[in-house]
Design a protein around this ligand. Structure first.
Ligand code: FMN
Ligand code: EPS
Length: 399
């Protein structure tokens, strides 16, 4: 369940997403999808395109009176910028004779490998689909998945923890400073909701100013900047994913799909790379039991997954985003037609898109977790899935 497909070019008429299968009887609010689309468009460092677009979803099938029918749910998002590209991107008209091809590939973008692989002589034929414009469609899919997860009190949050070489606190650091502060889900929600009001989605105000300054100075130099964001999931039950096959492991599904986000080059679960340097006695989370909580941990180095199975603790994922490839001061390149030395194509571009990517990360995480939840609890309708979920919780209580 929750398998999906997206289609659409960055400057074509619109993006399309189809969720192939999802349970019947799931309440979907279109406004909640638009809210996620809005969040993805924010963030300090974005370029001119975001001033043109104001993403809104249209649901074309699969929903009746705000409830899923269990049939394919298809959604579209218009590209407002299409108006400026009608001739260049015309699906059903021959190219105009004077239309210039783009022939100077950008290092770091899909331009050159894509052109060589697909035998294209115009790099636009590659970049239009490689573009992260596509992540708007994935965000819409994730917004539906989120509404499913909310039915089981599973919540997904994210924050930016590094821009360039400037780091701020991780979720584990933040909680360690004031362990009483985040006892209730509403406290966690409030903390992350506040971040949405800030331009970098980073909780450290002093660091945010320094990060903004860094983005400004790299922009002024015609450069770009990457960073790291962290995703936190609360409310996951024990038992999503499985240890029995490599491709069923929850972290292998998450890593594969999260690495599918444009410009994401690293993924860490829990202590991740830092954990590799710790002694075993500090790297693992000791097991405790009491009647109220059942089995629980006092630390979360595992980041919520052991043996490919969610262990009931918070899921913590960190993702590294490389700097944006399009540079105002372009890098060296070679023309794909003349083979002569040139500089890379210089287009309007984002300078930093880490805050936006963090929203895409939340969305992709939501679709993986919705799929794993639906798989674990089975059923064609929400009623059936909830019944199975409740009886599983009862089984855990009696364990
Ligand atoms: C939200 C978001 C916005 C992006 N904006 C740009 C951009 O404006 N210019 C650009 O060259 N790359 C941008 N990228 C990155 C490219 O899409 C990406 O580097 C490219 O498709 C090559 O894929 P790869 O980096 O995964 O190898 C963006 C990525 C994300 C996630
Ligand atoms: C359109 C979006 O991101 C785009 C991703 C992108 C790229 O090369 O990945 C290049 C830019 O597009 P343009 O060339 O039209 O300015 C970004 O704005 C979006 O996030 O909705």
């Amino acid at each position: 369940m929750f398998e999906y497909l997206t289609a659409g070019e960055s400057h074509g008429p619109r993006l399309t997403a189809i969720i192939k299968s999802l349970p019947a009887g799931l309440k979907v609010e279109v406004e909640a999808v638009n809210e996620q689309l809005f969040r993805r468009q924010q963030g300090y460092g974005r370029g001119g395109r975001m001033k043109i677009e104001s993403d809104q979803v249209i649901i074309n099938s699969g929903l009746r009176h705000k409830e899923t029918l269990g049939t394919p749910l298809s959604m579209t998002i218009e590209n407002k910028d299409w108006q400026n590209w009608v001739e260049v991107m015309a699906p059903d008209k021959e190219a105009e004779a004077d239309m210039e091809a783009l022939t100077n590939p950008r290092p770091g973008h899909a331009d050159l490998p894509g052109a060589l692989k697909y035998n294209h002589r115009d790099l636009r034929n590659v970049l239009e689909r490689a573009s992260a414009r596509e992540t708007a469609a994935r965000t819409a899919v994730g917004a539906v998945a989120r509404q499913f997860l909310n039915q089981f009190d599973i919540n997904i949050y994210s924050h930016v923890i590094q821009i360039g070489n400037l780091k701020s606190e991780t979720w584990t650091d933040i909680k360690a400073k004031d362990p009483e502060r985040f006892k209730r889900e509403s406290d966690i929600k409030e903390y992350f909701d506040e971040l949405d009001k800030t331009e970098l989605r980073c909780g450290d105000t002093a660091r945010t100013e320094a990060m903004k300054h860094l983005i400004d100075s790299w922009r002024a130099n015609g450069d770009s900047v990457g960073g790291v964001f962290e995703i936190v999931v609360t409310g996951l039950p024990v038992g999503l994913g499985s240890h029995v096959h490599w491709d069923l492991k929850l972290e292998s599904k998450l890593a594969a799909q999260l690495m599918g986000i444009q410009a994401i080059k690293g993924v860490e679960i829990g202590a991740g790379f830092k954990g590799a340097g710790l002694p075993g006695s500090k790297a693992h989370d000791e097991i405790f039991y009491n009647l109220d909580r059942g089995f629980y941990r006092k630390s979360n180095q595992a980041g919520g997954i052991e043996g490919g199975i969610s262990n009931g603790e918070e899921l913590i994922i960190r993702l590294a985003m490389k700097p944006i490839p399009t540079l105002a001061k372009p890098l060296h390149s070679a023309d794909i037609i003349s083979k002569k030395e040139t500089t890379a194509a210089k287009e309007r571009s984002d300078v930093c898109a880490v805050p936006a990517a963090s929203i895409v990360g939340e969305a992709v995480t939501a679709s993986v977790l919705a799929s794993s939840t639906a798989e674990k609890f089975g059923g064609d309708s929400m009623q059936e899935i909830k019944r199975n979920y409740d009886s599983y919780l009862e089984q855990l209580r009696k364990f």
